[in-house]
Design a protein around this ligand. Sequence first.
Ligand code: ZN
Length: 132
Amino acid sequence: MERKRRKRKTDEERARATEGRSRVLKCPLCGETPGIPSDIDTPFGGEVEGGTCGCGAVYVYDRTGKMLGEAFTEALVMAFEWDYDAAFSAPDGSYEEGVVRFNPRVTQFLLGEGDARDRSPRFYFVRRKKAD
Ligand SMILES: [Zn+2]
């Protein structure tokens, strides 16, 4: 019964297989669980769904997976306290970004943007680096 014998996975293999995957939403910038998303009023009369993380990151939840760059822009501007000028003139390296997408089929959160045709809900995280 050779075929029935299952190859044992080493801890290392198992860790690699689950790398960047999680059952719960984790901040891609610090690895902690951020606050749950809620509707956030923008100073411009709009609303975004998003939240904050204890590490100082903010995120915007793109429930439809269709906002693409727009959701990132919202997160970036939110990180700069809704100051568009500051956000768009921010030098490269003055903030960090990360994307987590949710796969409802396997109820897993995956690191990274994934395929552009993929319409999974996505969380766009932005964290400003401390000026020093
Ligand atoms: Zn964080």
